[in-house]
Design a protein around this ligand. Structure first.
Ligand code: ATP
Ligand code: MG
Length: 331
């Protein structure tokens, strides 16, 4: 047991693009990521950073003909999913890997009542239960996500956005997946329900040792829920570390520093929120050097011409020239 490799997912040098009629959109650009059994990884970054694209790539659900994995590997428990046929992916999706989509309507069928949709998932995963046990499980799941079971005969359009999202969450959790990809699962929910959902995901981890990738804009949720954090910018992980290394350490990528400054401080109410000036580069036309260079307060000339190498210390990785060894003679 001690020497067992507990790696669930290893993504190596992944490049994903969208081939549209008028341009190639470089959404994921040399991304690396490793996830161990039971690990809860927070994936944070501004809109358009490539977070959803990454999750869709893992499940091979990129839009047909447009989305393309150009190179790299996505190794899930020893299998490189990039080369696997659809038949193999069908065995993984919703069973061993579940995804909570950013838009709940992606996962709900508008023509079926929500109880039947949850029941379908139970039929798939627990075919040996009796009808009464299945019904009890549906009711239990509704209760867990805070919706009265008496509403299970209703249709998705009769629910609010937050309630739809909770049903989708119920469907993703019921399968007791080995890996849960949760794309902004709590953004549309109020804080009480949000706390309950996080608690549910935590239980999933405790009971089944599921690994979780939590995609969110909310650094507070990450600090509370996750073990590790990957900060993603222009389709690359620019910093990775434990929650402590990211939020409490001395060293951070300048982009992470900017993101952390965007969180309002309770102790200092006089300070205004400081958004990071500028915006992410156009993914159709990425710059040569560091993608954050033109927004970075520490930008040096080499940052605009040369992509930085990752610097790692105690598992804390920062992709930035600021951390180049001094003897390299760059200043
Ligand atoms: N179907 C598509 N066709 C073309 N470009 C796309 C498509 N889907 C996404 N993109 C582009 O790919 C880039 C990454 O998008 P993605 O949705 O992965 O970002 P994200 O990090 O999930 O953002 P958000 O936080 O807003 O959800 C963006 O520039 C986006 O415009
Ligand atoms: Mg997204």
């Amino acid at each position: 047991m001690a020497n067992e490799d507990r790696t669930v997912l290893e993504i190596k040098d992944l490049y994903v693009q969208y081939n549209t009629d008028d341009a190639v959109v470089h959404a994921v650009n040399g991304l690396n990521l490793t996830l161990k059994e039971g690990e809860k990884l927070g994936l944070v970054g501004e809109t358009g950073a490539g977070k959803t694209t990454l999750a869709l790539s893992i499940l091979k659900l990129l839009p047909d003909k447009v989305g393309e994995i150009r190179s790299g590997s996505i190794i899930y428990k020893g299998d490189d999913l990039v080369n696997k046929p659809e038949s193999f992916m069908l065995g993984l999706r919703g069973r061993r890997i579940s995804m909570i989509f950013q838009d709940p309507m992606t996962s709900l069928n508008p023509t079926k009542n929500v109880g039947d949709q949850v029941l379908e998932v139970i039929n798939l995963h627990f075919p040996d239960l009796t009808a009464a046990e299945k019904t009890a499980k549906v009711d239990e799941m509704f209760r867990l996500v805070g919706i009265p079971a008496s509403r299970k005969g209703e249709f998705p359009h009769q629910f609010s956005g937050g309630m739809k999202q909770r049903i989708v969450i119920a469907m993703a959790l019921i399968a007791e997946p080995e890996l849960l990809l949760a794309d902004e699962p709590t953004t549309a929910l109020d804080v009480t329900i949000q706390a309950q959902i996080l608690e549910l995901m935590r239980k999933l981890k405790d009971e089944f040792n599921s690994a979780v990738v939590l995609i969110t804009h909310d650094l507070g949720v990450v600090a509370e829920f996750c073990d590790t954090v990957s900060v993603i910018y222009s389709g690359r992980v620019v910093e990775h570390g434990t929650v402590e290394q990211i939020f409490e350490g001395e060293d951070n990528h300048p982009y992470t520093k900017g993101l952390i400054h965007c969180i309002p401080s309770l102790s200092d109410t006089s300070k205004r929120l400081k958004p990071i000036p500028g915006r992410m580069p156009d993914p159709r036309n990425l710059p040569e050097g560091c993608c954050f260079a033109d927004r970075c307060p520490f930008c040096k000339e080499m940052c605009t011409t040369t992509m930085p190498e990752p610097h790692e210390k105690d598992g804390h990785m920062i992709l930035c020239h600021l951390y180049d060894p001094k003897e390299a003679g760059n200043d």
